[in-house]
Design a binder for this molecule. Sequence first.
Ligand SMILES: Cc1ncc(COP(=O)(O)O)c(C=O)c1O
Length: 453
Amino acid sequence: MTTTSPASSPLPASPGTTAEPSYENTVKLHAEASLFLAGGVSSNFRLGMQPAPLFFERAAGAHLFDVDGNRYIDYVLGMGPNLLGHAPPGVTETVAESLGRGVLYAGQHREEIALARRFCAMVPCADLVRFGSSGSEMAQGALRVARAATGRSLVVKFEGHYHGWFDTVLVSVHPPLDEAGPEEAPAPVLPSAGQSAAAAQDVAVLPWNDLGVVERFLAARGHETAALIMEPILCNTCVIPPRPGYLEGVRALCDRYGVILVFDEVITGFRVGPGGAQARLGVTPDLAIYAKALGAGYPIAALAGKRQLMELIASGVVLHGGSYNTNVVSTVAARAALDELGGDGSAPYLGMEALGQRLMDGLRERARRSGVPLLVQGLPAAFNTCFTTRQAITDYRDFARHTDAPRLRAFLKALQDGGVRVTSRGTWFLSTVHTAADVAETLDVAEAALRAV
Ligand SMILES: Cc1ncc(COP(=O)(O)O)c(C=O)c1O
């Protein structure tokens, strides 16, 4: 662990050690927070961290600084949004400049037009767009539009995919295998107590990456199916890419049965390229949802799609609302972020991809040297590490059956102790401001962590 005293001091040299650092102040603050905040946190995804959910003092570029003076190279990046790094100067200055003009008008402003124009130019499916504040609410909007357009109520989602925490789609995200039902026709599993049982009735769950399963399902129930929603690259489980031809096949089946194809690009949007997964993989959905990298850390999300579908919202047939939609701060932040990402072709992505590739290759090499079966899978801008002897993980059941979760947890804790922060699912996000020095330091820490586990 690297320790810095004044928070503004220069970053020290590479440590390459994973001895347990001090988390004393974090532990104390967590105890204090737990007196008032449920669980001491503001999202359940922050529970269960060891020795406690970390408390941070500040963040800059690719680095985070906690309240015990520990510095981390950050591959969590706010769970993905900070594609431009923490406090990116262009975005920060634009936001600061806007603050004197007020934040919420409950009315329109020019910045929305600039943002929407830029967004629609970058995203292939976006004839029209609407903005909101979070990915979860945009998933609701997409399904509402699909149901209104088709007059059908059933939605197909896939095991291992996450589309937010609301009742209607919080189904079979990572279900326990003994509750998950048959592989080809999984049982819908509701992960949270208190969810409406009706949520499971309107959702059919399928295994992902198997075109035959979708074909058979839609042949039988296509006439009832409003939408099929998926992460086009399965970032919430092991960062699994679609099999060659899978997305094209699903696209064709949706057309054949009149089913609305929804891509959840909350993670992939603006991260895997300026046009997201749909541009990178060359398959255009009917609707798509965005959040995370769109706002460079500020809360903003989008629902975009084909004109005919989005006209249902435009005409008021489908209701979409939100008090905080296009607040000035989030809007100008997103506009500044997209200006940076979309202004110059793929230039901002080239360095990040090269560095991410170097990190992926380096992790593979260090694991091989250490004799540890680490699978590094995904794209340079978002990849996953898990412990398995398999050459690839191709769907959720594969992941649940064949990867070693306790070993991953130990690896992630050792990385944290060494000053490298990775998401609790073992997914690593790159930013445009990580450097070759960050990667070199990360690889040394990772090798020590691999040997330790
Ligand atoms: C693919 C995907 N969709 C939707 C969501 C929900 O977004 P939010 O947390 O902004 O509600 C997430 C959040 O991690 C996500 O990863």
